[in-house]
Design a binder for this molecule. Structure first.
Ligand SMILES: Cc1cc2nc3c(=O)[nH]c(=O)nc-3n(C[C@H](O)[C@H](O)[C@H](O)COP(=O)(O)OP(=O)(O)OC[C@H]3O[C@@H](n4cnc5c(N)ncnc54)[C@H](O)[C@@H]3O)c2cc1C
Length: 474
């Protein structure tokens, strides 16, 4: 008898796990249940006239060798592309600034890194922080990135820089994000200082991180060459559809679209999936966002369900705009907008046709405007026409690019309600509780961004590990 698997959710985690299970156990019967009418979840490639373009995730961290190896294994190595030479900017105080160098997610070890993104008082405060009384830091404790940086360096560092950088990844202001979940290397440095009985300051922790980074570059030729040679970001020439369609193809699974799962009912050592027919399954993998996972875990791992309810989601909306002419679009890969910048609606622009040579080759210009952050859904409640007007007005104000005159020929608006989990300062504890409770039930598992990390490589690694656990392969 072959083993039967039910996978809930056909996003990246669900499809990756299905493909992994099929590879490990080709005789397994795998059903994937997806609530919507398409696969991919937060990966969504849209067929613009000029070519396929991503309206969800648009890149991945290419120095994650495990992801690159996986894409190679899938036969997609020759589809991977990398960004061109243009860099990003920050719009703060009514003008554009280069993205600060030598910082950890915008947190500087010295004021020089921030240039004139902050004023003289804040610069003096940053440079004096190393001599200030130490932080009352408990090894292993957590705090929000925002509150830590505000207390040590002042509000402007958070509101002009750190929230813009972290918000670009997590769609949350720095005050809503846990240090250990989002800047773990800095949390570990603070632990080291406290453990060594030294005075704990942000500057000392950041300088130590900086020294380690520099010394790594001089260790061995391999370590020296690798980070310099590997581009930081990668993407797929034809968009993420190349990945999710290939995963579906190689999964050997039956994928059931428009199938909303509302419960998992255990009985006789097997599981029935409410909303997905009468079949009983040997193993179940839940890959849906946390609030829905909490509902599905209720009858199979109640403690995990209770813990998962604590995870909140942030929403955002992406407007993709194609212009006939891109001549006056500045040579930047994108612009992040400072959290406290008045009279702005967008939080970021990606100049896709500048950032990615394969999109630039299509001619014209392509810009993605992003709106919305954790705790503020106001931009998700307005229609496409208004969003486009805001995007064009903001873009013109920031860069002088007149999108209306450039010939706006195609628009796609993607609302991402609950698009990303908030990685708060209790998130890692929540995930540890979920993991312990789920591990006690070897025939049920969870995977996906909220348990494994939001980046594409982290989601892939987590889904593959969950598939191995379910299949009983270490
Ligand atoms: C706007 C945006 C931009 C991003 N940019 C990047 C980026 O550039 N680089 C990067 O690495 N990451 C990025 N990410 C993050 C990354 O896309 C996600 O972390 C990842 O795709 C999540 O995959 P997942 O499978 O965990 O979840 P999902 O993609 O959410 O998949 C879950 C699936 O479950 C389905 N589902 C939900 N409830 C049910 C139910 N009851 N029954 C059946 N099915 C259900 C959903 O419809 C969905 O298809 C971005 C995310 C967003 C929202």
């Amino acid at each position: 008898m072959s083993t039967s698997y039910a996978i809930i959710g056909a996003g990246l985690a669900g499809l990756t796990a299905a493909r992994e299970i099929h590879t490990l156990d080709p005789d397994a019967h795998i059903d994937v249940f997806e609530a919507t009418d398409r696969i991919g979840g937060k990966l969504h490639t849209v067929a613009f006239d000029a070519g396929p373009t991503d309206m969800g995730a648009e890149a991945y961290l290419a120095f994650r060798a495990d992801a690159t190896e996986f894409f190679t294994e899938l036969g997609l190595a020759d589809r991977i592309v990398h960004p061109g030479p243009h860099t990003s900017m920050i719009y703060s105080g009514g003008r554009l600034h280069p993205l600060p160098h030598d910082t950890v997610m915008g947190i500087p070890s010295a004021s020089a890194s921030l240039g004139d993104l902050v004023g003289q008082d804040t610069r003096a405060r940053i440079d004096a922080e190393g001599d200030a009384p130490g932080i009352d830091w408990t090894v292993g404790a957590d705090t929000s990135v925002g509150s830590l940086v505000r207390a040590r360096f002042g509000d402007d560092v958070v509101d002009h820089v750190v929230s813009a950088l972290l918000g670009g990844v997590y769609s949350c202001p720095a005050d809503e994000l846990g240090l250990r979940a989002t800047v773990p290397q800095l949390a570990a440095e603070l632990d080291d200082l406290a453990e060594a009985g030294e005075r704990v300051t942000l500057s000392r922790a950041l300088k130590s991180l900086d020294e380690k980074k520099r010394s790594r570059k001089t260790l061995t030729p391999k370590e020296k060459l690798t980070p310099e040679k590997t581009p930081v970001f990668g993407a797929f020439r034809g968009g993420y559809a190349e990945l999710y369609e290939e995963l579906a193809e190689q999964s050997g699974a039956d994928i059931h679209l428009d199938t909303f799962v509302s419960g998992i009912v255990p009985g006789d050592g097997r599981y029935r999936i409410t909303g997905a027919g009468d079949t009983a399954y040997d193993r179940v993998l839940i890959t849906v966002p946390a609030p829905t996972a909490a509902v599905l875990l209720r009858d199979v791992a109640p403690d995990a369900a209770t813990a998962a309810r604590a995870v909140k989601l942030s929403s955002s909306v992406v407007v993709g705009m194609r212009f006939d002419s891109g001549d006056s679009l500045p040579d930047h890969s994108g612009i992040l907008i400072a959290a406290d910048e008045p009279d702005m609606h967008a939080k970021a622009f990606t100049f896709s046709s500048k950032k990615w040579p394969h999109i630039g080759e299509r001619g014209g210009a392509f810009v993605r405007a992003s709106f919305g952050t954790f705790g503020d859904d106001s931009m998700l409640k307005i229609g496409e026409d208004e969003l486009v007007d805001h995007a064009l007005d903001d873009l013109q104000k920031i860069t002088g690019f007149d999108g209306r005159a450039a010939g706006l020929s195609e628009i796609y608006t993607q609302y991402w309600w609950g698009g990303l989990p908030r990685f708060s300062d209790t998130h890692l504890d929540t995930v540890a509780t979920v993991r312990t409770a789920v591990d006690a039930v070897p025939t049920v598992d969870v995977a996906g961004a909220w348990v494994d990390g939001v980046g594409v490589p982290a989601v892939i690694a987590g889904a593959r590990a969950a598939a191995r656990r379910l299949a009983g392969v270490n």
